[in-house]
Ligand binder design. Structure first.
Ligand SMILES: [Fe+2]
Length: 332
């Protein structure tokens, strides 16, 4: 990254004082620290410096406009138990939360895309909340098919789930460079998803309020078959009507989901639908369906969706593990 600063074609056009100042800050890693402030301050800082220098597109190509962390499918079990007898999901969530809190620059928000607990029980939801509340970043939750709306609303309602009531846990998060709309795709008692007429209409109304602003949707179920037998069988009711609304708004930059327990991406109705990995229970993918459905235990993982100064939404996958390194890309 720093070598790019040295070789940037426009660097010579930048006044010596400004360029040297940037370069010194970069070498000392101080520029990154500056960028980790609240989103509006960072945006204003980048805009001001870009206007001053003519260097936009070179020095600031990797500037941090907004960082959205997504975690999904935590499946927290009751205290002193492991999920399905094998998966220590509370431990994995704790590792993940600690890692996110150390991420630099500091993310703006964490979105939790459902299946927070394993069977909707209050002690499971409370256990999840005790760990999530350690996040030093604002976080928001929506429900998955393993959650109970009422328990979710009672536990997270208000600050972390600003829905109006526990009928549908859906809401809009404003105040950031990217608008975020949390959707409720749950059918109580069923594994599959749904966007009924009421929910589709509500979404259409919310999108119509800000049709130009970059927006992401987050919900638990991907709204169409993802070529994964187990979840394809669960199905998604109302996919066509949901897709008709999504297709109306070209400002929808991503539809962020969970449910599959795998990192996947697909194009759909003029945007991209992504599913996040589970917190550590990944699906043992078997497209031939010749063996029983199951999961494998993996390291915790989360996604970092980076809304850049060039207005691209780029997604990185972070695996939480004590690796050796990092080592420099240089011969010894
Ligand atoms: Fe799940």
């Amino acid at each position: 990254m720093f070598e790019r600063f040295r070789s940037a074609p426009n660097a010579k056009a930048v006044t010596g004082a400004i360029y040297n100042g940037f370069w010194r800050l970069c070498k000392q890693n101080k520029l990154l620290i500056k960028w980790s402030g609240p989103a509006p301050m960072v945006s204003s800082f980048i805009d001001t410096l870009a206007n001053l220098s003519q260097a936009r597109g070179h020095i600031f190509i990797e500037g941090f406009r907004m960082l959205i962390v997504q975690i999904s499918d935590l499946h927290i079990s009751s205290p002193n138990t492991d999920t399905y007898g094998h998966a220590p999901m509370a431990d994995k969530l704790q590792q993940c939360v600690d890692h996110i809190n150390q991420f630099s620059p500091k993310p703006d928000v964490v979105l939790v895309s459902g299946d927070i607990c394993d069977s909707g029980a209050l002690d499971q939801t409370t256990r999840a909340a005790e760990i999530l509340n350690q996040l030093t970043i604002p976080y928001y939750v929506i429900a998955g098919n393993h959650d109970l709306r009422q328990t979710m609303f009672e536990t997270f309602g208000g600050e972390h789930c600003p829905a109006r009531d526990d009928q549908f846990l859906q809401y809009v998060i404003d105040g950031f460079d990217v608008r975020m709309i949390g959707l409720d795709s749950v059918i109580p008692g069923k594994s599959g998803g749904e966007m009924c007429d009421d929910r589709v209409q509500w979404l259409d109304e919310q999108l119509a309020l800000e049709p130009e602003k970059p927006t992401v949707l987050f919900l638990h179920h991907p709204p169409f078959k993802f070529s994964v037998p187990e979840t394809d069988e669960d199905g998604f009711l109302g996919s066509d009507a949901f897709g008709d609304v999504v297709e109306k708004y070209s400002n929808i930059k991503r539809v962020m989901c969970g449910h599959i327990h795998l990192l996947t991406h697909a194009s759909w109705r003029g945007t991209i639908v992504s599913t996040a990995p589970s917190m550590g229970m990944q699906l043992d993918l078997d497209l031939s369906m010749t063996k029983p459905s199951g999961f494998v235990l993996t390291d915790p993982a989360y996604l970092v969706h980076h809304w850049t100064t060039q207005k691209n939404l780029i997604t990185h996958t972070i695996t939480v593990r004590d690796y050796d390194g990092p080592f420099p890309f240089a011969a010894i």
